[in-house]
Design a protein around this ligand. Sequence first.
Ligand SMILES: Cc1ncc(COP(=O)(O)O)c(C=O)c1O
Length: 385
Amino acid sequence: MLTCQKELFNLSEEVTYLNCAYMGPLLRSVEAVGHEEVKRRLRPFNYGRKDFFEPVQKIKATFSEFVNTGDAERIAIIPSVSYGISNAAKNIDFSQKKEILLVGEQFPSNYYPWETAVKNQGAVIKPITPTSSGKTRAADWNQSILDHINENTAVLSMAHVHWADGTLYDLLAIREKLDTVGAKLVIDGTQSVGALPFDVQAIRPDALIVAAYKWLLGPYGIGLAYYGPAFDNGQPIEENWINRKNSQQFENLVNYQPAYEPKAARYSVGEQSNFIYIAMLQASLEQLSAWGPQRIQNYCKGLVVDYLKEFESLGFQTGLGTEMAYHLCGIQLPDGLEMSKLSEMLQQENIYVSVRGNSIRLAPNVYNDQHDMDHLLSVFKRIAQ
Ligand SMILES: Cc1ncc(COP(=O)(O)O)c(C=O)c1O
């Protein structure tokens, strides 16, 4: 079992940081790598040809193992989720099947790229919103997603857990149903990969897109993506030299090359070799791999579960008793309590969580401990009095 890892981070003792879903803190080890890489960058002659390629190959291999793709050539380096989703949206054929199923109120970077497919390819977006509230909400929502899949479905794009309230989706059942109609599955793993196990070979998404700055504890401005065989002959949203075949041969670069490097390579962003970010993300991925996402999830569960019970006894609503992930928990205020007042109290106490409408989003990680949860509970007790 994992114990609290706070000493590996540089979080202030004055702050109760329970908002990894907003931005993950950097590990001290990642900070050190970043500093080293900035120093190296002072001198351009420090960089040889291999520096453009080898760290990228290495991080692809590490991430490929982390999400169990079985093939590192299926990983691409992306700068953002919108970029990764846009590559997928551009390469789905909507000439026969027109429907894009989107889980309701997804993060906008998993919405706008699909709007472009509507404009450019005549596709139609069908949002799938929750059909009930309370303890049946997650199960009913999952069922509704299954019910929406039909012969006209070209693609379903969604997350593993909802970014705002932590609803956990049954991706295995969803994939199975999509198989019956030959539709694609695109997953935004930004709010889950790193803290909840994701197995590409089991879930078989056609694309998995992950920003690094939350649960991968990496820098802001980089992410990792998996693209399956459905995208092997696609058209990337930009054309960078390094994604073309034999780009290692610097002396041959102006013998322009029509072919791409194999599989997902064409979808990597220009300047993917991004020395500083790649090195930092490599270091955080190695630490996450050593901990293991299942152990991180277990840690979060062990940390929050008793507190969620206490919150419920104070009149708050939580996802307890439903299928849920414990690194991202939506907590709804009791009727009659004012969110603005709670927000103010949390701010005064230096407690960081996200506020969304009538709910707060609790997003702990391995650097949080009981002291942090006691601190939050004390505020809830005061406001519920
Ligand atoms: C589910 C989800 N996807 C993506 C992002 C970030 O998107 P992008 O990398 O396009 O800025 C966020 C940020 O909060 C998110 O919660």
